[in-house]
Design a protein around this ligand. Structure first.
Ligand SMILES: CC/C=C\C/C=C\C/C=C\C/C=C\C/C=C\C/C=C\CC/C=C/C(=O)SCCNC(=O)CCNC(=O)[C@H](O)C(C)(C)COP(=O)(O)OP(=O)(O)OC[C@H]1O[C@@H](n2cnc3c(N)ncnc32)[C@H](O)[C@@H]1OP(=O)(O)O
Ligand SMILES: Cc1cc2nc3c(=O)[nH]c(=O)nc-3n(C[C@H](O)[C@H](O)[C@H](O)COP(=O)(O)OP(=O)(O)OC[C@H]3O[C@@H](n4cnc5c(N)ncnc54)[C@H](O)[C@@H]3O)c2cc1C
Length: 670
């Protein structure tokens, strides 16, 4: 008989804030909550979106199942006439990686960002109705981070008015593009443009790779899947591919010509649009990945928090002298709280900074339409830096959540192994996280060097303009409660960041060759870039608190989470804060004292804080994290579904177990 008891009801009754209002804050608005909730329920109740145990499927079955789901998604979108907003929620809740992620996430944005209006009018209707399926073919076997080093060539032939796309070496083979291996019919291919015997750098070209009639590769094209990837399930439902060109010809007008073009005569013509716009799809996707990071982390934290409230180990004060009675909920152990609650706070922090980053990106797009490119460097630095910071923290946080669930966290049915395996490549794709932080530090060093010429930093670097104050200011905290001051916290973060940045800038001047200096100091530059990105996250959390926040206790809880996020970072990066003298050892110890009190404030609200994510059991996909907390029967039931349990005596018994046992028996008899 099904157990309908809510095992977490008592925990829910302890909440000191209005959960429904917190749901609105998490979703971004009442409208967003209503739409997402409606679509989440629609997905959860449709058997076509049922989640089989992906971990036990063979690669082929996994891929076939992802194809089936992607086709069903497309069918339902059309049948239900879903809006763009509803469609993106549907994809989100279906939660199955397939070619459509790259088609919508990169192929379409690349066309929107780099194609001329005429080209967009031709290609977007085809892509938007999925009459063609596209991928983003940039990375090669030999080069991923170094985009300028790509080897694929696109040579203009003025006789036929065509480009010849060619893979001159093995290392020039395109390698990794999602959806390329088995599905995509078209690709935006990044290649070195050559015309009139001269090279003009990397540009994008729209290339058809498979026939729209029989799906065979077109002449001159070699294409396939690159093989199994990390973990069970996870990215293995995606056909990341390899692609080679043997002098494949495409019409000249399939070069994406918004930024620069090649004329009929073969002349390369640059526009006044910055060349970096061809990297625009990356900026767009990096911004969305920050939102992905908050989702992946909040999902793991939801599972770990609910399970920690259900799981009991060892005695408690209520026990009798023999240790019998109610055991302690593991969430009540201070060590569990000090590992779990900072992750909970980070999930909220990343949600808010992701929301702000979306605004910053939208603002950039509006400015670009008016030919205002002024904020592009800052948006590039923010998207690169925050993508790096949030994905690294989320990946570590998912793994920590697994450990917080003890042995059961290692079971596939906990949902955590696949969540980790699916999310961890986000530290690499769309730019390796270290490479991206180096981009941020380059931008910051430039900002610092421009101070001398009187240029006032703005936006996220505005604090760098207060360098004199921040270099010499001291932190005023004298007792633990003094840390409950958002201005004090922000100033400590700004002081630490600017002192690290100025130290890097000064050290760089000691090198005659700036490139060599940058390379020598790169570990310090990366640390300084992280410190700067943390200033952004903390300051955006604080800005969120200044908004009109409704609901009993909601603002107070968010403030508590903001303090936890910040003070835990101080604790984690203590070396930086102390070595830059941004705080004293005594203040560091007071921050730890304050953190303990803050954890005590979160404890009664922990379950309600993860309920506010509003995740369905279908989306969570975890027997440890289900809403009702009915963990043990679900674990037990799930185990019996494993294919190994289909027979009592396993396949292979007669060949490989019985002879061993027999041998042991004979040995024993001798
Ligand atoms: C089933 C599910 C089960 C569970 C799931 C559960 C949870 C999962 C949760 C979430 C996951 C969900 C979904 C996943 C969704 C999608 C994933 C699907 C697919 C992934 C797709 C991945 C695609 C890719 O990876 S595409 C390839 C990306 N490649 C890169 O990023 C390359 C990185 N390299 C570079 O960007 C550049 O080469 C460089 C590092 C910037 C260096 O280039 P370069 O040498 O040219 O640069 P310089 O340093 O000289 O800079 C010149 C100049 O330009 C400025 N610049 C550089 N880049 C940019 C830019 N992008 N925009 C603007 N400006 C830029 C730079 O600052 C310099 O400026 P200055 O001269 O002024 O200094
Ligand atoms: C799951 C997945 C999906 C992907 N999807 C796509 C896709 O759809 N389309 C596409 O085009 N690509 C895709 N990629 C490729 C991805 O974008 C690249 O793997 C990524 O940009 C990193 O490049 P790389 O592999 O060349 O790493 P490398 O640059 O070779 O990195 C290796 C190591 O070198 C270090 N390193 C590199 N350069 C420097 C430097 N200058 N200074 C200091 N350290 C450095 C890095 O930090 C890293 O530790 C995907 C990758 C993955 C894993």
């Amino acid at each position: 008989m099904e157990d309908t008891v809510d095992h977490l009801a008592h925990e829910r009754s302890k909440a000191q804030f209005n959960v429904e209002e917190m749901k609105i804050i998490w979703a971004g608005s009442l409208h967003a909550l209503q739409v997402s909730d409606r679509i989440a329920k629609l997905v959860a109740s449709d058997p076509g979106f049922g989640k089989e145990n992906r971990a036990v499927l063979s690669r082929k079955d996994l891929f076939k199942s992802a194809l089936k789901k992607a086709a069903y998604v497309w069918k339902r979108i059309n049948e239900l006439g879903l809006s763009e907003e509803e469609t993106s929620w549907l994809r989100f809740y279906v939660d199955e990686l397939a070619y459509d992620y790259v088609h919508w996430g990169m192929f379409v944005p690349a066309i929107k960002g780099s194609a001329t209006e005429e080209q967009q009018n031709k290609w977007l209707p085809l892509a938007n109705t999925m009459q063609i399926i596209g991928t983003y073919a940039q990375t090669e076997l030999g080069h991923g981070s170094n985009v300028r080093g790509l080897e694929t060539t696109a040579t203009f032939d003025p006789v036929t008015d065509e480009f010849i796309i060619h893979s001159p070496t093995l290392t020039s083979s395109k390698w990794w593009p999602g959806g390329l291996g088995k599905v995509a019919t078209h690709a935006v291919v990044y290649a070195q443009l050559i015309t009139d015997g001269k090279e003009y750098g990397v540009n994008g070209f729209l290339v058809q790779i498979r026939s729209l009639d029989d799906h065979f590769p077109l002449p001159g094209i070699t294409v396939g899947d690159i093989g199994m990837k990390f973990g069970s399930g996870a990215f293995n439902s995606m056909d990341n591919g390899v692609l080679r060109f043997d002098r494949v010809r495409i019409p000249r007008n399939q070069m994406l010509m918004r930024v620069s073009k090649v004329t009929r005569e073969g002349k390369y013509v640059e526009s006044n649009i910055p060349k970096q716009i061809i990297y625009g799809a990356m900026v767009y996707v990096r911004q969305t990945i920050v939102a992905d990071a908050s989702i992946a982390l909040s999902r793991a934290v939801c599972i770990a928090t609910r399970y920690s409230a259900v799981r009991r180990q060892f005695g408690s004060p209520q026990n009798d002298q023999n240790g019998n009675g109610i055991e302690t909920q593991v969430i009540d152990y201070k060590t569990q709280q000090s590992r779990l609650f900072p992750l909970l706070a980070s999930a909220y922090a990343f949600r808010f900074v992701g929301e702000w980053l979306k605004w910053l990106y939208t603002d950039l797009i509006q400015k670009l339409e008016g030919n205002d490119f002024s904020t592009l460097p800052e948006v590039h630095a923010c998207t690169a830096g925050l993508k790096s910071l949030t994905t690294s923290a989320a990946a570590d946080g998912i793994e920590e959540s697994r450990k917080l669930c003890g042995g059961h966290g290692y079971l596939s049915s906990s949902g955590l192994p696949e969540l980790y395996a699916t999310f961890v490549p986000a530290c690499t794709y769309e730019g390796d996280n270290v490479v991206l932080l180096l981009q941020v530090s380059r931008f910051l060093m430039k900002t610092i060097s421009q101070l001398q010429s009187g240029k006032k930093p703005t936006g996220t670097t505005a604090y760098i303009g207060h360098v004199e104050h921040l270099i010499q200011c001291g932190c005023n905290v004298k007792k633990a409660e003094d840390w409950l001051n958002l201005c004090v916290i922000l100033e400590a973060f700004e002081a630490r960041a600017i002192r690290l940045l100025v130290a890097c800038a000064e050290n760089l001047t000691k090198f005659a060759n700036p490139l060599q200096g940058f390379s020598e100091l790169s570990p310090d530059l990366v640390e300084a870039a992280v410190a700067h990105c943390q200033v952004i996250v903390v300051s955006k959390f604080i800005e969120k608190l200044q908004q009109n926040i409704q609901g009993i206790g909601v603002k107070q809880l968010l403030e508590t989470l903001c303090y936890i996020y910040s003070l835990n970072l101080i604790h984690k990066h203590l070396g930086d804060f102390l070595s830059t003298r941004s705080i004293t050892p005594k203040q560091a110890s007071l921050a730890s004292d304050q953190l303990r009190s803050l954890y005590a404030k979160v404890r009664p609200n922990a379950i309600a804080l993860v309920d506010a994510f509003n995740y369905t059991d279908h989306f969570l996909g975890s027997v440890l994290g289900s809403y009702d907390g009915n963990v043990y029967p679900k674990l037990y039931e799930e185990a019996w579904k494993d294919p190994l349990n289909e027979s009592v005596v396993p396949d292979g018994y007669h060949e490989n177990i019985r002879p061993v046992l027999k041998q042991q028996l004979q040995n024993a008899r001798l």
